[in-house]
Design a protein around this ligand. Structure first.
Ligand code: NAD
Length: 345
């Protein structure tokens, strides 16, 4: 484990086991240079403890990059709770996690992530103030979608010469919290939507509300379109799927879209502009970070508007240096954080 911490260069790793509630959790703090580490809490079944720890470490580094490029006074961290086969009392488990967060004295602030909800955050909040996205604070997804929408306009400008989305064919993979809110904004801007989701009910709703065209899940990535917006799970872009893409740009809300930086080079070689995921989807983090600090909605909205500007800078560097935007974003973040490059993605 020390070797892993050393190679990933994370600041600290915290583990807890609470036999009474079944809690087994990891908190990885990547970097607290700019402020407390902020990052979501995952509640998922993992095959073993090592995979849970590796996931927390990998995701914590991503949060540092996301926070620094969003100009936030936060570090990066991530929590992972290993979901037990049977949970006698979910509320008690999350309360125990709240005590764990509290024991770190504010160095880590938690938030909703895969498998957790605002109701879980409410349980955590009974034992610590270092928690965001409670029922009272609200779900950040709408703000993530607002940022992705701004990023799509910037990407259209950079790749297609205009940020007018009217008539553009935009393919959205995943119509969940982020994807559906994004579809609503794109429809209002006149885009022609091609959509897929594992849940046919959500596709049906998008067809009725936005006149979206349904596409089978397995066909979406190879569907001809102007912009592909991955808004489902991560790791959708690998050497095989990138070879099948028929779009001018990829700009969507999903985390960790690339399986490796080599895939970013492949996109670049194919002339497909890629919006680095942690830059374009930082709206949710901006919302929870600033809301936790007591900022007003107008301050938060103004900060969100800078996502487009940040992407423009990344694209300009990428073009000047003939590198993929994903590599440029990593380099900018590493420069601002004064850390070496990550060893894995
Ligand atoms: P969600 O669970 O609400 O929605 C995901 C949707 O994608 C679901 O409807 C699911 O059925 C669909 N989906 C999954 N795999 C699919 C596939 N192969 N093809 C088609 N549809 C598929 O999640 P969300 O909160 O909307 O988040 C979506 C993505 O954005 C995730 O990668 C998440 O990590 C990332 N993200 C979310 C936020 C946020 O504020 N919610 C912030 C930053 C990043």
């Amino acid at each position: 484990m020390f070797a892993l911490m050393h190679s990933s260069r994370i600041e600290s790793l915290h583990l807890v086991v609470d036999p009474e509630t079944g809690l087994k959790a990891v908190i990885a703090i990547d970097n607290c240079q700019r402020g407390p580490a902020l990052g979501g809490c995952r509640y998922l079944a993992y095959p073993d403890e090592d995979s849970a720890i590796e996931d927390a470490i990998r995701l914590a580094r991503n949060m540092s990059y996301k926070a620094v490029l969003a100009g936030l006074p936060q570090g990066g961290g991530k929590a992972v709770i290993m979901r037990p086969a049977h949970v006698p009392d979910r509320a008690a488990l999350f309360e125990a996690f709240g005590r764990f967060v509290e024991s770190l004295d504010g160095r880590y602030i938690t938030a909703v992530d895969s498998g957790t909800s605002s109701a879980d955050m409410d349980c955590i909040a009974q034992h610590t103030q270092h928690v965001t996205s409670t029922t009272e604070a609200g779900d950040p997804s709408a703000h993530t979608a607002m940022g992705v929408f701004a990023g799509i306009r910037t990407t259209a400008m950079a790749r297609l010469g205009s940020d007018n989305l009217e008539g553009l064919r935009i393919a959205i993979q995943g119509l969940g919290h982020v994807g559906y809110a994004l579809a609503e904004q794109l429809h209002a801007a006149g885009a022609d939507l091609l959509v897929s989701d594992l849940d046919s009910g959500r596709v049906q709703l998008a067809m009725e509300q936005f006149g979206a065209h349904p596409i089978a899940c397995e066909a979406l990535l190879s569907t001809p379109c102007d912009i592909l917006a991955p808004c489902g799970l991560g790791a959708v872009l690998n050497s095989k799927t990138v070879a099948q893409l028929r779009c001018a740009a990829v700009a969507g809300g999903a985390n960790n879209q690339l399986t490796s930086l080599q895939v970013a080079d492949q996109l670049e070689n194919r002339g497909i502009l890629y919006a680095p995921d942690y830059v374009i989807n930082s709206g949710g983090l901006i919302y929870v970070a600033l809301q936790h600090r007591g900022e007003t909605l107008s301050t938060i909205t103004a900060h969100l508007a800078q996502i487009g500007q940040r992407l423009t800078e990344v694209y300009a560097h990428a073009q000047a240096e003939k590198r993929s935007p994903a590599r440029v974003a990593d380099m900018l973040a590493e420069h601002l954080l004064n850390v070496g490059p990550r060893l894995t993605r």
